[in-house]
Design a protein around this ligand. Structure first.
Ligand code: F6R
Length: 260
């Protein structure tokens, strides 16, 4: 696992957008897995700016969702389908045909989950999966004690996650209890995992995920199992890392030819 400590969220967004741009230059039809929430917004802004300036051609990129609320009415502005279309797909000038996600309104949720895992595999697998981290250590919506081998399935949000996400809804009670999330096993199949964490509120979860033992109680610790995982953190989110000095030295001494 590589840990890159950046000065702030904007620098993190720029670094990850550069990485995505390099991927799309190498592989124009790459499948990008995107997270929602506040943290990845600087990535999407930086990538859209690169696309607008012609620095990268994103016209063949494909976008896939990581998770989705269950039971929100179709077209709800906070469904993750709506959010990804609004924040990623349209700003990149892509159409809905370039986008895939699980169906949170399906009558048969279990079948929709299995179908999404199949669709990801048929699409050739995710090339780069962008992740955030919950204050409880979740990735996607794999809450603590999710199986490290889990596949896409329905999960129940913790009280803490529902409180954390209440800011997106008119009232806290409106945050759905249930979600569909790519499983940890599904996420680990992506070729490159990039987790971005910013702000003091994430410091404890980041330290446990990066330096703690591999444990289902900290789902993000599953990144320790992946051969190409990059954790990008700002100074505040890095504040609990015992090895911060080593991570800084390693990144400063990184050979020019070696990307994150
Ligand atoms: C949502 C997702 C979640 C968020 C996490 C952090 O698609 O994958 O794991 O990344 O809840 O959310 P923010 O960035 O809003 O703090």
């Amino acid at each position: 696992m590589e840990v890159v400590i950046v000065p702030d969220a904007v620098a993190g967004g720029e670094l990850i957008a550069e990485t995505i741009a390099a991927l799309l230059t190498r592989k124009p039809g790459a499948l990008l897995g995107v997270a929602t929430g506040s943290t990845p917004l600087p990535v999407y802004e930086a990538l859209a700016a690169k696309a607008a300036s012609g620095a990268v051609d994103v016209s063949r990129a494909r976008i896939c969702q990581l998770d989705e609320y269950v039971g929100l009415p179709a077209g709800h502005p906070e469904s993750y389908r709506s959010v990804v279309l609004r924040e990623v797909v349209r700003p990149l000038g892509l159409g809905e045909d370039a986008f895939m996600g699980p169906d949170g309104a399906a009558g048969d949720i279990a079948a929709a989950c299995a179908e999404y895992d199949r669709a990801l595999a048929e699409a050739g697998g995710v090339d780069l999966q962008l992740l955030g981290i919950g204050t409880d250590g979740h990735i996607g919506f794999n809450e603590p004690c999710s199986s490290l081998a889990s596949r896409t399935r329905i999960k129940t949000l913790t009280r803490q996650t529902r409180q954390d996400n209440a800011r997106f809804f008119d009232s806290p009670e409106e945050v759905p209890h249930h979600v569909i999330t790519q499983g940890i096993g599904t996420i680990l199949e992506a070729r490159h995992l990039v987790l971005l964490a910013t702000g003091e509120a994430k410091a404890e979860a980041v330290a446990l995920a990066v330096e703690g033992p591999l444990a289902a109680v900290v789902p993000a610790s599953a990144l320790q199992l992946h051969p190409h995982a990059t954790v990008v953190v700002d100074e505040a989110a890095a504040s609990g890392l015992k090895l911060a000095g080593y991570f800084r030295d390693t990144y400063a001494a990184k050979p020019d030819w070696q990307a994150i």
